[in-house]
Write a protein that binds this ligand. Sequence first.
Ligand code: G3H
Length: 482
Amino acid sequence: YCLIGGELVEWEGDMQTVNSPISAGDEVIRLGSIPMVSADLAMEALHAAETAYNNGIGEWPSLPAHRRIEVMLEFLEDMQTKREEVVELLMWEIAKPKPDAEKEFDRTIEYMRDTIRSLRTMENQSCKAHTAGGVLAYVKWSPIGVVLCMGPYNYPLNETFTTLLPALLMGNTIIFKPPKYGVLLHTPLVELFKKHFPPGVVNIIFGSGRTTSTPILASGKVKGLAFIGQSKAAAELKKYHPKPHQFNTLLGLEAKNPAIVMPDADLDEIMPEVISGAFSFNGQRCTALKIFLVHKSISKQFLQRLSEKADTLKIGLPWEDKVQITALPEDGKTDYLQSLVDDAVEKGAQVVNRVGGRSEGRYYFPTVLFPVNSNMRIYHEEQFGPVVPVVEYEDSSEVVDFLIHSHYGQQASIFGNDPEQIGELINHINNLVGRININSQCQRGPDYLPFTGRKDSAQGTVSLNDALEAFSLRVILAGKLT
Ligand code: G3H
């Protein structure tokens, strides 16, 4: 079912089968199917969202914030009852290891509770009158209109809800299209959106992004786009909107976060962060460590430790204890990874660990490539998989050069122990990324921190306040003191 204008709409056209990346031997496991809705139905969703936005006094956009907060808290309370079902589907649909799936669910709820606290603070602050210059002025946070929300398969719940729910909380009306993989897990939530929000405030459609989002954006009626996913897709989506000046975007995109390993890094100490940064959820995190720039003086020791660990990562099913490498959900992904590895090997790199450089079914084995250089595709492309390129550097200017020339600028990690050298490097790269991690992996959390990036990695910031502000406008109420 889609949710349009408060009604569950049964789609009678094309359906797409959803298979699990996990198979039973050679047998594919079918999980269900989803509607592939037409452009016409997508436009109906837009119409419903627009109507709900323009419904007038007493409706969602004009409710006081505290009323919207009440509704959201009730929704979150009810959402908790779906935890087991959603976690189960996260494992079956995208092979996310159980602890990560549980964390994805829990942090989404927690993030929203923190966001609500932020909104209360914003509202309290805006109640304070400004009285300078003989004018009495208040700030009122006001919604902007219909917001289209789309998220990625690696965090299909969290990365959509952390933009969708704040946009909703600010009084906007929503069209939500879940991702291609990690889609069924949204079906138990459709009925909750229907139950808690007024008709048309949340509209959910399924199907091809191109068929649904293109006409919605081309109509020029959408006032906001929250999109987490590929940089190229985001650039295309933005082009469809005919009025860019009337359109807010919040984009979380690709990355090529480097881990810089300095000569004095304590290799044993840093290895847990290195391994988790590079391989957790098969490296399918935008924040994963996607390239290692290692000082020449310790590259041999580093490679030895990294390879040993990569060879012993547990490969298996998401619900198995301590599993680290699972099946890859995207069709064609193992071929893509193999093409990156083959390209690097043809150009002079080696697969330095025992198990690496090959796939079996939908599993790609953890792979360490060395020596990697800028002629190789893996130096530039976001692999989003368990393949780790290692580059040797001699002078820190090479590290800075990597970031200057990269298309991306999300985060970097520095592993080392000399505060002066670390400080100097920070001075050189802080204008090239959105976050620098010292002796720890790149990551989004803790979630109260602003999450952003530069160049093709992001537009805007996701954080408790920023996600609220992204789709709202400060309207000033001003009067003369008489
Ligand atoms: O895929 C991108 C996510 O925002 C990464 O979040 O660092 O918490 O895994 P994470």
